[in-house]
Design a protein around this ligand. Sequence first.
Ligand code: TTP
Ligand code: MG
Ligand code: MG
Length: 351
Amino acid sequence: MKKKRIILHIDMDYFFAQVEERENPHFRGKPVVVGADPKEGKGRGVVSTCNYEARKYGIRSGMPISRAYKLFPEAVFLPVNMHFYEKVSVSIFDIVRKNVGEVELVSLDEAYADITKKAGSYKKAEEIGERIRKMVFRKEKLTCTVGIGENKMMAKIACEEAKPNGIKTVKSTESLKFIEKMKVEKIPGIGPKTREVMEKHLGKKNLKIKDARKIKKEKLVDLFGKRGGDFYNKLRGVDKSSVETERDVKTVGKEHTFQEDTRDPQKITKTFKGLVFSVSKKVERESLSTKGVVVVCRFEDFETHTRQTSFPKGDYDSDFFYKKSVPLLLRFLTESNKKIRLVGFRVITGS
Ligand code: TTP
Ligand code: MG
Ligand code: MG
């Protein structure tokens, strides 16, 4: 039998807003909203995130900025300073790697590590988690939350429960009970639509995980296809997906350096399309399954950034890759005024 795993999940607390508070201590204690310009209520765009003071007024990530402004116009509204958060993120995960080795980065503020060998026990795992939290705070003056569990899903749920500035371990023997009273939507992949289908089937509203467990495995597969089998496991705290560190992930890609640095969108997208096309040909030739795309952008000052997005593992064509990656490329253009020196495109192949 395969040995039980111990997975650690770390997620920064109100990340962008906390970084802003650190840089501007006089914002502390006030509601801080990072996102689009509210323009006195007439602004377009959304809230990227906000601190916990702002959350008390009902402000949330993804909400239209105009709505956030209505909820609390006196809040401190700040623009997204992405390059800076990226730099802070690099320092944070360097600290994490020093403690646990390679990690799987999920976003700028979040990562998983498989610490089965390193920890050996839940007690030791929690010590490692606590040490990371202390080091991140000492070196970066930022708080984070750590969750520990027998798999990625349980580690993440533990982390969400312990937020903010906390740590929580859910032992494998506790998983089933720990999640039973939670809403079904806590399960990754179960959204409002899936919930409604389950509710209709059971004839019950406000479905909890415990309720959804009453649906037979065959029925779940009947209703949701392959995903149904996955839901069956996840509703029982079972998630077999492995932590995929940078080293495990194979990528195929291509880059292009412009003769002269440029901000011409037509020139950039045309070049980029060529890269996508050429990488797609290679993917097709080698019959590679892919599960994500990465866009690389190097600016005139050599600052280099990547953005990526993932999708279910499968066989895709260049149109699909382009559709998935071009918005990431355009964000580089809109979020910085610098000229671009190099663009790159990579696919992440399935392991
Ligand atoms: P999250 O970890 O989801 O949120 P958070 O760190 O702001 O707050 P929490 O304490 O609940 O973890 O996201 C990390 C950062 O990603 C967040 O600070 C801003 C950015 N982000 C967006 O730009 N848009 C979004 O819709 C979300 C959810 C996050
Ligand atoms: Mg966070
Ligand atoms: Mg996060």
